[in-house]
Design a protein around this ligand. Sequence first.
Ligand code: PGA
Length: 262
Amino acid sequence: MRIPLIAGNWKMNTTVKEAVKLVRDMLDGLDRIEGVEKVLCPPFVFLAEIGGILKSSSIKLCAQNMHFTTKGAYTGEISPLMLKEWCEFVILGHSERRRYFGESDEIVNKKITAALENRLKPIMCVGEKLEENEAGRTEEIIGRQINQGLNNVQPTRNIVIAYEPVWAIGTGKAASGQQAAATIKFIRNTLAKLWSEDAAQDLRILYGGSVTSNNVAEFISQSEIDGALVGGASLRAEEFVNIVNQTAAIKERSLPAEQSKP
Ligand code: PGA
């Protein structure tokens, strides 16, 4: 049984004042929702502040990036040791990191390994660009990202994968539920070959890219899709709570009868 997960990636947005207001505005609504793992990913500098507010809630914290060593002369970088005081999760290999900061599959692999060694759960992002999609290379690209990103990583449930087609991020042009489910199925098959069928079945795979309260149901109602990584829509409290609420309702309905009984 894979517990659905919705993560809100705030990216490089909000002042501290806005961050505190945003989290306070969603706190009660989110905290109440059961059956979904709820995760917020604010900028590094607000983790402590937001962590304090979330302390006795059911909402978990996630960082947006991390260096792969624990300490040293890496000006401007943040280490897993620093993050684990506040975070349970860390986003790694987001397409914006790959595109603007030159993160290769090899770097992503080092980061995944370091996160796991430090008991942080990576949300590892994979996804193809528009031209790769149009050239019919989606499986080749994603297969490489998965195989190289998880090279020498032992099977574990502590990784979450997010399939985020680059052409769908921040564009308002989400994939269709069926498209996303088909690629996620491919990701699970790739994991089954790399690890084992059981290990692949245990792992949660999310969809990300222009998810809103208007389209989340389309993704979540696919049994292959275990949740969403939400960017822009996670910056609006009511909208984000709505997305998590819909996820809880849809996934509960799809449970086998005996498991959904109280
Ligand atoms: P978006 O971003 O929801 O704004 O498209 C998703 C992401 O980059 O994780």
